[in-house]
Ligand binder design. Sequence first.
Ligand SMILES: [Zn+2]
Length: 86
Amino acid sequence: MVEWDETERAWMLALQTYETARKCPVCGMDITFCHDQEKVHRAFKGADVETCFVGEMREQAMRRFADSGEVKAPNSQTTKLNMRNG
Ligand SMILES: [Zn+2]
């Protein structure tokens, strides 16, 4: 039996993720739905504006980070939520 090395395992995981990821990076829905204008318009008549307060918290963190120094990879940096103690 041939064991995969770490690089091969990472490559297979990336391939599996690529092949099974049918979620839209913009809206999080299945791309067979949200990339089909007719299906979307048949299901929804429009949208209302709401605020995701987790997203707002993340935006504020990124803004503080950007204002405080050098941003090396603005499209690759992310945030981590910090739990309140107690
Ligand atoms: Zn989408």
